[in-house]
Design a protein around this ligand. Structure first.
Ligand SMILES: NC(=O)c1ccc[n+]([C@@H]2O[C@H](COP(=O)([O-])OP(=O)(O)OC[C@H]3O[C@@H](n4cnc5c(N)ncnc54)[C@H](OP(=O)(O)O)[C@@H]3O)[C@@H](O)[C@H]2O)c1
Ligand SMILES: [Zn+2]
Length: 319
């Protein structure tokens, strides 16, 4: 029996561990992928912290791989195709949570939820687009913002550094909001027209002075910071939250009434949105900034990401 290396959580509460286990068999409607790269996302913490419904489990939901075997009835892909999958594994599955993910040399995936990866992008660059890229691309393109509108991105991390690029490339006046001045130069290089330093400035006041934002995308997972943004919205503006937190926001009803504002969430990933994300990224030359780790160092990559020290997305280079 052929075996593969994987970084696996063997039981709830246990640490991630390098194991050698049999290569899985694709079932009806599935394919076997030889994994080339897998991004390390904050969403992996659910599996890593004991939140998966069953164990053992292999995390990872930003996966790029090569189709190596077809399950019964699988007709959509050819052997050798390069494909990707995100958080939504299809058929009510979550990749890396309810079914095994991409911290491994091989994984099985439902064929309907895969996206073809264009040749212009490498596997290690494509991986973060499966979740971080898609989440921010979809939130912005499905928003109320239209060409030339003011769009602000709060937090310059894995999601935020892609969101700034998407907002700029999509033709918005783009504002980056971060803590300190360290990231200003980079934010401007990524396409930000304005930069707000949360340590020195009131973001709502600065946004108002720029005319009020049509959209503010909150990627910084801090409810105080998120709450401080709403008054920076212009009339009919939208505050779109992608950073989840269980702590309450501090908003008053007047924050909504004044200017008829909306606050809403946005969640990652339908295959169609991933497909549109990767094609837009190729068209406009949007790429993630990545730190590459071997599979065996998945724990180090995860810890660095959780400490918000990665610039800006950790990716496991698997083959
Ligand atoms: N909705 C979805 O579908 C979806 C998908 C993927 C991820 N997420 C969530 O999105 C969030 C961001 O993910 P990520 O991968 O971008 O994380 P990340 O790389 O750690 O970046 C988050 C950024 O937020 C800012 N930040 C972090 N802690 C903060 C604090 N206590 N106060 C103020 N700012 C803080 C930092 O930016 P600055 O240093 O620039 O201030 C940091 O770089 C996470 O909560 C993740 O779980 C949601
Ligand atoms: Zn994710």
């Amino acid at each position: 029996m052929r075996k593969m290396k994987a970084m696996q959580i063997q039981a709830k509460g246990e640490k991630m561990k390098l194991v050698e286990i049999p290569i899985p068999q694709p079932e009806m409607g599935q394919v076997l992928l030889r994994v080339e790269a897998c991004g390390v996302c904050n969403g992996d913490s659910r599996t890593i912290m004991g939140g998966a419904p069953t164990y053992p489990k292999i995390p990872g939901h930003e996966v790029i791989g090569i189709v190596e075997e077809l399950g019964d009835g699988s007709t959509k892909w050819n052997i050798g195709d390069r494909v990707g999958i995100g958080y939504n594994g299809g058929h009510s599955h979550v990749t890396g949570l309810t079914m095994n993910g991409g911290y491994a040399e091989y994984m099985v995936a439902f064929e309907d939820y895969l996206t073809s990866i264009p040749k212009e992008v490498t596997s290690i660059e494509a991986a973060p687009l499966m979740c971080a890229g898609e989440t921010t691309f979809s939130a912005i393109r499905n928003s109320k913002a239209r060409l030339g509108d003011l769009v602000a991105v709060s937090g310059i991390g894995g999601l935020g550094h892609l969101a700034i690029q998407y907002a700029h490339k999509a033709g918005f006046r783009t504002v980056a909001i971060s803590r300190g001045i360290d990231k200003e130069k980079l934010a401007r290089k990524l396409g930000a027209n304005h930069y707000i330093d949360l340590n020195k400035e009131n973001p709502a006041e600065v946004l108002k002075s720029l005319g009020g934002a049509k959209v503010i995308l909150a990627t910084a997972p801090n409810p105080k910071v998120i709450s401080s943004l709403i008054n920076g919205l212009g009339t009919d503006g939208e505050l779109i939250i992608v950073a989840g937190s269980s702590d309450p926001l501090e908003l008053t009803s007047m924050d909504f009434v004044r200017g008829q504002r909306t606050v809403r969430g946005s969640f990652t990933g339908q295959a169609k949105e991933i497909n549109d994300t990767i094609r837009f990224s190729v068209l406009t030359d949007v790429r993630p900034m990545i730190e590459v780790f071997p599979l065996e160092q998945a724990s180090e990559a995860y810890e660095k990401m959780m400490a918000a020290k990665t610039r800006f997305r950790a990716v496991l280079n698997i083959s």
